[in-house]
Design a protein around this ligand. Structure first.
Ligand code: FAD
Length: 503
């Protein structure tokens, strides 16, 4: 069968790609783009370029840093940039909040970056107060600061620095996902610019639609490989009333898992259920990011909201369940100070873990496998066994687990010396394979980026990736948008192209 007749596309069948990233090509690109739109600024200063690709959570080597960064102000500016990049065959990686993890920001081919820092506004709450229009460079924290005085709330809560553009691109979630769902459930429509500069708006503002293909959800989770998001309409909801947080400590992680499972099976719908192991709590104290010293023992964090009767009965049930599982302490509070302290401790774990690096060259690696809820205890137990049973010494490693246990998503983090990076990556691959055996996924919310491309094939098969490659070719035939992310476009290694360093 001719290649063009196939439903799926193999790497060998992707049209050959060439990029023109020579200094003269980039200089000409800058000249043409800034002449076309005076509202586009740019930088070629390494102090601006390096942080757009390489971050404390996700390292990129120097050759994977952009050669120029553009700061558009409008959708039209983004269209101007992409049209020129498409014409001139220059690879483009977008940047919103810079908090993504799996090498997603690395400019794999060393092209240019589109930075959404100047498109950072909330454009307004829709009539009726049930949706909000935003630009991609505004963070979920700022959206909520804007909505709170109106009694409204946007529940998707990844890293505190994450912005809407990157959140859509990564299909992220966070501690509220168990109760409210992920980015996939909270985006109504997207305005986006395609590789050749074409601007599309996927829907107007309906709560549901069966009109044609679902372009909104095609873009959510596409990691900047199909289109750049320049505006979005998000669902919003009234702020949870009578918010309480709870904290319980346990002698073992298993006791915390058993408690979480009992809560999940009980039918009580809490606002959030999170579990951190003792190493996470040590990292919190080591980082000094929390407002108080935390007990260094497995800890369950929960949130309650609703009527007084609902919250009272939920707290009573959770307290009793914790005691039945030998909890060593239990607290529930609605005081603003305790809510901020307890939930602040939970939310700082991701940043606290990075402070466990003993040398600046140490690597932070993590995985975020998710499994069906009944398999969660096995995932946690077997992950510990995998790390313990390695034939080499891991005594210079710091390993920790924190789980969005309400939806079966467990983050295993390893901080290790640079020379152990490949061994640590292999350990995390074993954890991902375990999750697949348990009928789960290699990534519940952090995405594939560069790091998990091989594992994506194990999860969805060559056929699944082949469909994704066909979609990519249809929308981005020259492969300029965040090339090499999510899956290999054209078997770059076998074609003798640059071999990407394993991040
Ligand atoms: C401490 C910490 C805690 C975290 N906790 C969570 C968590 O609880 N839940 C969770 O899901 N994730 C979590 N993350 C991961 C991260 O916050 C999410 O992946 C988030 O969605 C990234 O958003 P960002 O704005 O930082 O994206 P960026 O890092 O800027 O970009 C991510 C990807 O999207 C692309 N991109 C950026 N902007 C656009 C755009 N406008 N259009 C198209 N593509 C674009 C980029 O090229 C890149 O490939 C955590 C990370 C850290 C460091």
């Amino acid at each position: 069968m001719a290649e063009s007749d196939k439903s799926t596309l193999a790497p060998a069948d992707y049209p050959p790609r060439t990029y023109n990233h020579s200094p003269s090509s980039i200089a000409a690109l800058i000249r043409v783009i800034t002449q076309a739109s005076p509202s586009i600024s740019y930088s070629i200063n390494p102090t601006d370029l390096v942080p757009t690709a390489s971050t404390p959570h996700s390292y990129a080597p120097p050759e994977q840093v952009a050669k120029a960064v553009f700061y558009p102000s409008t959708t039209e500016d983004v269209s101007v940039i992409l049209k020129e990049c498409h014409t001139r065959r220059v690879a483009v990686t977008a940047y919103s909040g810079g908090t993504s993890l799996p090498g997603a920001l690395a400019n794999a081919r060393g092209g240019v970056c589109v930075h959404f820092g100047k498109m950072d506004r909330v454009l307004g709450v829709g009539e009726g107060g049930l949706d909000v229009r935003v630009q991609p460079g505004v963070g979920w924290v700022e959206v909520n600061a804007y909505l709170a005085p109106k009694g409204l709330f946007f529940p998707v809560d990844p890293a505190p620095g994450a912005k809407i553009g990157g959140m859509i691109a990564m299909s992220c979630s966070g501690t509220n996902a168990y109760r409210y769902g992920t980015m996939k459930e909270w985006v109504i429509s997207i305005t986006a610019v395609l590789a050749d500069g074409t601007v599309i708006t996927t829907r107007k503002r309906p709560r549901k639609s069966s009109a044609g293909y679902d372009l909104t959800h095609l873009i959510i989770g596409s990691e900047g490989t199909l289109a750049l998001v320049t505006e979005a309409v998000l669902k919003i909801t009234p702020l949870p009333q009578n918010l309480h947080v709870g904290l319980a400590t346990f002698p073992t992680l298993q006791a915390g898992v058993d408690t979480a499972l009992a809560i999940l099976k009980s039918g009580h719908l809490l606002e959030a259920i999170e579990l951190a192991d003792k190493e996470c709590m040590q990292a919190i104290n080591h980082s000094s990011l929390a407002k108080q010293h935390m007990a260094e023992t497995p800890t369950l964090f929960v949130k309650f909201a609703g009527s007084k009767e609902t919250v009272d009965s939920q707290i009573a049930f959770v307290k009793k369940t914790c005691e039945e599982n030998r909890s060593t302490a239990f607290e529930a509070s609605n005081s603003k100070e305790r809510v901020e302290t307890i939930w602040g401790a939970r939310k700082c774990i991701g940043n606290a873990l990075v402070t466990m690096k003993t040398l600046p060259t140490d690597h932070f690696l993590s995985t975020d496998a998710a499994v069906p809820i009944p398999a969660m205890a096995t995932l946690i137990q077997e992950t510990a066994r995998i790390i313990q049973n390695q034939p080499f010494s891991t005594e210079n490693w710091f390993c920790a687990n924190v789980g969005h246990v309400g939806d079966g998503n467990v983050h295993t983090a390893i901080v290790c010396p640079v020379e152990d990076k490949e061994k640590a990556e292999q350990v995390l691959v074993e954890v991902q394979r375990l999750a697949l055996r348990l009928e789960g996924t290699i990534t519940g919310e952090h995405g594939v980026g560069l790091k998990l491309r091989g594992m994506l094939v194990e999860e969805v098969g060559e056929e699944g990736v082949g469909v994704m490659r066909s979609v990519k070719r249809a929308l981005d035939p020259r492969g300029i948008l965040n090339p090499d992310k999510v899956f290999m476009l054209d078997g770059e290694e076998s074609r003798g192209n640059v071999k990407l360093e394993k991040l």
